[in-house]
Design a protein. Structure first.
Length: 324
């Protein structure tokens, strides 16, 4: 038991303990009773019981005592580092959890949102106050009809207040009955365009608040109110919008070049980059079976008999313009 005057961490050796150890080295041994005033010298192995007389303590050789103490320090450092790594890993998902109700965003104008329900609530609250414009990017090709029906009254409310709504889909959505029905049911200033590839989901309300995913499964998101970041996201949207093909209210025809459809040209561009069928399907928002069917049709049109030959024939055919 420690005395009232001997207070420090259990793994440390204090000056009183070192002084007792030094005297033991000089005279060969010290009374065991004296260690009660500096128990760290005995606890840390500097003093050990005399094998012939338990009333005395003999000193351990400094050459063995020092490495033992240093090893204990190293073990403690390693333990603390493991604990540090554990804490960092444990708190990583917690940092993405939503802030308490009524809490403000961070100093950088970014608020993490955790859980699909909380994300949808925050988006709904922002859209409920929309007064000018709604910009959205919806990647992934076909969309579940159930999700579109849930979004329909919310989006119609925005349009009914006189807001403008612009949405970007992937080309595969042009043939999705659920998406087409959703567009036809909405009335107001709605424009929809499509591209082969799109970045992750984006929602911007009145160019003042944006929502972006914070995890691959979209179970976490970020609410962005930082003006510079929102302006950057709007600029990205505007540049993609200018490159996109109109789909609604007036659908622009996608040109066919040399018997090659626009979708096949997009696949051709990814093929010559060396991507696998799975990657091509994911990037173009289609399932892998559909992607392989288009690759087979492309190969048949160009007269290719192998994957390697197909890449050569694509480059030779000129079906990919300079911009592609």
């Amino acid at each position: 038991m420690r005395t009232a005057t001997h207070r420090h961490e259990a793994e440390e050796v204090c000056e009183a303990g070192l002084a007792l150890y030094a005297r033991a080295l000089q005279v060969g041994r010290v009374p065991a009773a004296e260690a009660e005033q500096a128990p760290c010298a005995r606890d840390r192995g500097l003093l050990q019981p005399d094998a012939q007389d338990s009333a005395w303590l003999r000193p351990a050789a400094p050459s063995t005592a020092l490495p033992r103490l240093l090893r204990a320090v190293e073990d403690d450092i390693a333990r603390r580092r493991r604990h540090e790594a554990w804490l960092a890993e444990a708190f990583a998902p917690l940092l993405l959890l939503d802030t308490p109700d009524g809490a403000t965003t961070t100093a950088f104008g970014i608020r993490p949102l955790g859980g699909v329900e909380r994300i949808n609530t925050a988006i709904g609250e922002a859209m409920a106050s929309a007064a000018g414009e709604l910009l959205t990017i919806q990647p992934g090709g076909k969309r579940p009809a159930s999700a579109l029906q849930v979004a329909l009254p919310r989006d119609q409310a925005v349009l009914s207040r006189g807001c403008r709504m612009r949405t970007l889909y992937q080309h595969t959505s042009r043939h999705d009955p659920a998406v087409l029905a959703y567009c036809e049911q909405l009335t107001g200033d709605l424009e929809v365009r499509t591209l082969d590839e799109l970045p992750e989901r984006l929602i911007v309300v009145d160019r003042s608040v944006a929502f972006v995913p914070a995890s691959k499964d979209r179970s976490h998101a970020l609410e962005v109110r930082n003006p510079a970041l929102v302006e950057y996201l709007v600029t990205v949207f505007d540049r993609l919008w200018r490159l996109a093909t109109p789909m609604h209210p007036q659908a622009a025809p996608q040109p066919v070049r040399g018997g090659i459809t626009p979708r096949q040209r997009a696949i051709a561009g990814l093929l010559i980059e060396g991507h696998t069928d799975a990657v091509i399907a994911e990037r173009l928002g289609m399932n892998i079976r559909t992607a392989r069917e288009h690759i087979a049709k492309l190969a048949a049109t160009l007269g290719s008999e192998s994957r390697a030959q197909l890449g050569y024939l694509i480059g030779r055919s000129g079906i990919l313009g300079p911009e592609e």
